[in-house]
Ligand binder design. Structure first.
Ligand code: TYM
Length: 333
């Protein structure tokens, strides 16, 4: 008998821009996984509502992100691509999982604490319940592997705990998922503060690179990247700036860190190295930007892909949801 293919699932919140960090930490792997596995990639638009959004701008960002999914090489012939809000089973499963998750478990999440501090005037229920929706996303599809950056590790652990608890209480229902965190690039740091994560909503646009930035902008941002003292090009704890740039270059060029270190061992200085990294990233993103410009104009096509993705996702999701409802004792006629 043929082995069943593993199920892969992941998503991005449509806020700000899709960054080089999102690309290296997540999407680059999503793209490769399409060749081997059954992949499901969605736009996590419900998650994005946990922070106040201007509706018109939010709609545009979400649609733009969907066009960027296609431009980055996510292929609707190979993967299921859709908007989370188009598949109501996500929110429905979340409710049932809520009733099997303790407040203390979500309140201790690092991201909840950080976001509560950042948005002190809007610590809404959704912000705290965010990881339970994420668990619902994952468990709804009997997902085996979740390709994410290191910042999502804690949420993944909670999803596993919820799955195990539910299975123990009601009988085997959910596959217990594993995180897939890349060895290289699980946390790409800010170009302006290389000790903190590159974030898509950083107020300083020089801190991140967007996958659709033009070449001159990308190169300019790398030229301005904050580096360290000295002139050696190597990964070392006291060199967060250069270490970050080496990681970026290695991930973009599919090389190991030591290959990159030796490639630049006789480099004349940080300036030349920063330029080389900028040029490599700009070359990698050029086709993404060009394809994005084509896709984003074709609303009819985006709609068609999203609708068919949502139908396929809903069909799979309903199978799990029906089982879950039965397990917890809800009546079905
Ligand atoms: P989000 O939108 O913050 O980020 C999307 C993905 O990009 C990764 N990432 C990074 N990786 C490396 N370096 C960085 N600087 C960097 N910044 C972000 C994130 O780890 C993530 O993989 N909660 C999720 C979205 C989500 C989800 C899910 C993910 C909702 N439901 C179910 C997986 C499964 C989030 O906010 O990711």
């Amino acid at each position: 008998m043929e082995d069943k293919k593993k199920i892969i699932l992941s998503g991005i919140q449509p806020t700000g821009v899709i960054t080089l960090g999102n690309y290296i930490g997540a999407v680059k792997n999503w793209k490769q996984m399409q060749e081997q596995f059954d992949c499901i990639y969605f736009i996590a638009d419900l998650h994005a509502l946990t922070v106040k959004r201007e509706p018109q701008e939010f709609r545009q960002t979400a649609l733009g992100f969907f066009a960027q999914y296609l431009a980055m090489g996510l292929d609707p012939e190979k993967s299921i691509l859709y908007f989370q809000s188009h598949v109501h089973q996500h929110a429905e499963l979340q409710w049932i999982l809520n009733c099997n998750t303790y407040v203390g478990e979500t309140a201790r999440m690092t991201q909840f604490k950080d976001k509560s501090q950042k948005h002190a005037d809007n610590i809404n229920m959704g912000l705290m319940d965010y990881p339970v929706l994420m668990a619902a996303d994952i468990l709804l599809f009997q997902t085996d592997l979740v390709p994410v950056g290191i910042d999502q590790k804690q949420h993944l652990e909670l999803a596993r705990d919820i799955a195990i608890r539910f299975n123990n209480r009601y009988g085997e229902t959910f596959t217990v998922p594993d995180a897939y965190i890349p060895n290289l690039g699980a946390k790409i740091n800010s170009l302006q503060d290389p000790t903190s994560k590159m974030s898509k909503s950083d107020p300083d646009p020089n801190a991140y690179v967007s996958v659709i930035d033009d070449e001159a902008t990308i190169i300019k941002k790398f030229k301005r990247a904050v580096t360290d003292s000295g002139n050696e090009i190597c990964v070392r704890e006291d060199k967060p700036g250069i270490s970050n740039l080496i990681t970026i270059y290695a991930a973009i060029e599919d090389k190991s860190v030591s290959e990159v270190e030796s490639e630049f061992s006789s480099c004349s200085g940080y300036g030349a190295f920063k330029l080389a990294v900028g040029e490599a990233v700009a070359a990698k993103f050029r086709p993404i930007r060009e394809d994005y410009q084509r896709y984003v104009k074709d609303k009819g096509y985006l709609e068609q892909v999203a609708k068919s993705g949502a139908e396929r996702a809903a069909y799979l999701a309903e199978k799990t949801l029906r089982k879950v409802k039965k397990r917890v004792g809800l009546i079905s006629f």
